[in-house]
Design a protein around this ligand. Structure first.
Ligand code: ME8
Length: 517
């Protein structure tokens, strides 16, 4: 058997200054969905997530809670691991930047960049925002109504003057501009690539990459009073996860460069400008792609702690169901665009796409088979044109959704699948198998066979998005575990006549508001 093709996907590592919210769950979910899809499609996947635990912001948050930084990090990081379990994220590893393996990796990368002549010691004087952990030029700042200077994100800034190491970012403009044009697309969506390109075309200044005014971080090798800038530390997690600095290891050889770094649009510049420049400066290949997704608001409002409208992923999953939330988040918004979380939209998706469309299709067809065909999948019989047409539509799904997945157009994948669900409902209603019960049981068998076959294929195809519900559905049709992949044995195969059904149970319940129950 040929070796499986590797696929390495990463989430941002989340700051532990705050507990996880819907935004963090969203990014990791998108990666989980991509990772599961690729595994089902025969790839050897490594999916990495984790927590970003160093820097001034975390140090201050720990102090505000009266805790030692590491004690504080342990607690909040644990909450992110709980979320991953709770939402059935299939990450292969969870990295914490406070781990020894990561310190070793950061220091090795630093030394390599320095040995290549890309780091020099100077003095930084300028603006810094602890909340954003970012340096800003005077020209980028806004002035608040009280006269205070603010970062473009609205975060407070402070004046910093200290000795600092600098990374020669200015030397990498041309190489970066070339990298953006490497195909297949290195930065997506395209609008984001254009943003990043014009930022680079506007000229890059060297970047301060160490601080001396606090100690919570990775020391600079050879000059330990300097702590590495938290972003060089954080970005290096992607290398650490692949086994760096063991570049000869099987793992590193297999998984580097990463296939997709998934990020929110807020941190695109770090990933699509600084990170590839750091890597190229260390003679390491940059990632194959950075994808920046959009921003969620809550019922039209910016999500923020001060507005008290933070959406807790644990709560919404408890209320609506895990697969329902997974489906909603991936379906509601064109992936890459901003999206608005609203209860009405969530309930509509659950009741219309899941309960009415897919749920009813499965329940009606499988119940009819259970009652009228001795609980077994009937003979396919003689296929008519309309039968062939709907089967062909299902067979065409995999190649179509592969293409969308390669561009991370997750919502398009779901739209494409649901178009076949809806066409199959039209087919089923049009064929009226219930009316054939007393007139033509052979034809009834064909219609039920065809519908069950489409349900089987959809059941396999949706495993990456709604793992539990898909398994329940496939269990009811008694599909073997090894016949649930995206291959000839699985989705590309055919349902076997005579397969015994379990009593069909609705897999996608309707959501009923509590007061109407
Ligand atoms: O930036 N909508 O960590 P962070 C969508 N540690 N996504 C959202 C969101 C929202 N309203 N809010 C947060 C950091 N996110 C750094 C990253 S990586 C080397 C270091 C998601 O805890 C989105 O993915 O602030 C965003 O990029 C990320 O959380 C920011 O997480």
């Amino acid at each position: 058997m040929p070796a499986k093709k590797p696929f390495y996907i990463t989430t941002p590592i989340y700051y532990v200054n705050d507990i996880p919210h819907i935004g963090h769950a969203y990014t990791t979910l998108a990666c989980d969905v991509l990772a599961r899809f690729k595994r089902l499609d025969g790839f050897d996947v490594m999916f990495l997530t984790g927590t970003d635990e160093h820097g001034q912001k975390v140090e201050k948050s720990a102090a505000a809670k009266g805790k030692a930084p590491i004690e504080f990090c342990n607690e909040v990081s644990e909450r992110f691991r709980e979320l991953a379990k709770f939402m059935k994220f299939s990450n292969d590893d969870f990295i914490r930047t406070t781990e020894e393996r990561h310190k070793v990796s950061c220091q090795a990368l630093w030394k390599k960049i320095e040995a290549n002549g890309n780091i020099y010691l100077d003095k930084y004087s300028g603006w810094y925002s602890v909340r954003d952990e970012a340096f800003y030029a005077e020209s980028e700042l806004q002035t608040a109504s009280n006269g205070d200077k603010l970062a473009p994100t609205g975060a407070p800034v402070e004046w910093v003057e200290e000795e600092s190491y600098f990374f020669k970012l200015s030397a990498w403009e041309e190489k970066l501009l070339n990298w953006y044009e490497t195909l297949p697309e290195t930065v997506l969506p395209k609008s984001r690539k254009n943003e990043v390109k014009s930022f680079v075309e506007g000229g890059l200044r060297d970047l301060s990459v160490s601080r001396t005014s606090f100690s919570w971080g990775v020391p600079v090798p050879g000059n330990e009073k300097h702590i590495m800038y938290v972003w060089i530390d954080a970005l290096t997690n992607y290398l650490t996860g692949a086994g760096y600095p063991n570049t000869d290891s099987e793992k590193f050889q297999k998984f580097w460069p990463a296939d997709v770094h998934m990020v929110g649009k807020d941190i695109l510049r770090f990933h699509a400008v600084y990170w590839p420049a750091f890597l190229m400066a260390a003679d390491i290949e940059p990632p194959r792609r950075v994808f920046a997704h959009g921003w969620w608001t809550n019922e039209g409002q910016k999500i923020s702690k001060s507005l008290g409208n933070v959406i807790d992923p644990f709560e919404i999953v408890d209320e609506f169901g895990l697969d329902q939330v997974r489906y909603f988040l991936m379906r509601e918004v064109p992936f890459g665009n901003d999206g608005d979380f609203s209860r009405t939209a969530m309930i509509n998706r659950i009741n219309s796409d899941l309960a009415n469309d897919l749920g009813n299709l499965a329940q009606r067809s499988l119940s009819m088979i259970f009652k009228n065909c001795d609980g077994k999948i009937p003979d396919q019989g003689q296929l008519k044109e309309e039968d062939e047409k709907i089967l062909q539509a299902a067979d065409d799904l995999l190649p179509a959704i592969r293409e969308f997945m390669d561009m991370q157009q997750i919502n398009k994948v779901l739209e494409t699948i649901w178009k076949v669900v809806s066409d199959c409902n039209v087919y089923f209603a049009g064929q009226e198998p219930w009316a054939l019960k007393n007139t033509d049981t052979v034809r009834m068998g064909t219609v039920l066979y065809v519908t069950a076959e489409v349900v089987r294929q959809i059941g396999i195809l949706i495993r990456f998005i709604m793992p539990d519900s898909a398994e329940m559905l496939l269990d009811q049709i008694n599909i073997d575990g090894d016949k649930r992949g995206y291959d000839q044995l699985g989705v590309l195969g055919r349902l076997k006549t005579g397969t015994k059904l379990d009593k069909p149970e609705g897999v996608f319940p309707r959501y009923v508001e509590a007061e109407n129950k």
